[in-house]
Design a protein around this ligand. Sequence first.
Ligand code: GLN
Length: 295
Amino acid sequence: MTAGDRFAGQSIETARRILTNLLGTQRIDSAELDARLLTGAVLGLDLTGLISAAKRILTSNEAAQLARFAQRRIDGEPVARILGAKEFWGLPLQLSADTLVPRPDTETIVEATLELLDTNGRRDRPLIIADLGTGSGAILLALLSELPNATGIATDINLDALRTARSNAAQLGLIERAHFIVCDYASALTGDFDLIVSNPPYIPSADIAGLDIEVRKHDPLRALDGGKDGLDAYRVIAPEAARLLVPGGLLVVEVGHDQSDDVTRLVAISGLALPAPPKADLEGIRRAVSGQKKP
Ligand code: GLN
């Protein structure tokens, strides 16, 4: 049996079930969701569409395409990479080889930021935001979607990542409030910013080899490798924030699972105050570390 035959002549409903079982036997935890997303992508259907078309028989092209997607998933490629897209904060984002797949953990950075902003005033004030190492633009675009009068600058060392971020901004109707600059973190920026956010690379170099294949082989190394102790980026970003923020301005960064104390210390050393304890993600990991420029 060739791989394509597995789905040939099957209904959408059966193909989806076959794929769920297949991924399940490969110890893929999210087998059901992955099967739905991959089947939906092949057919151009969302969940409702898949259900209403459940009895339709796949064409041979669709069956072959689904088999190719199935094999890529089995070989360790994340669904988001296969689709070239991922939803973040309810926003559909395109990905490229040069952008990290946005993680649900990173939504904690958006939440922590909005909570801190809410304690300082209204969401409709004209905030100026910088997102350092923006990748797909996830954090900045989520914030712009919540802050109607905010404007943001996204930086990235990688021009292709920045192209992806810009195209996402355009797709989401946020392009008029988003600007893009190729540089390392904030090196090309001058003040004044009300808010600086970042999800920088923070995995210690020696830990990269032990990451899941989904991450190790499919996320860009440049977006993961945080140097010997994983903290290189924060040693740059914390002093940059102290330089660029207005008095009372906020810094919010994502950190690795055991880094909140170390990063809090780096933020304090750079002269920023600590406006709130680190905010935990859904798994209870302290993910979002914040700092505030003193008046
Ligand atoms: N959260 C990512 C992971 O552990 C790492 C992203 C990063 O280094 N900023 O898979």
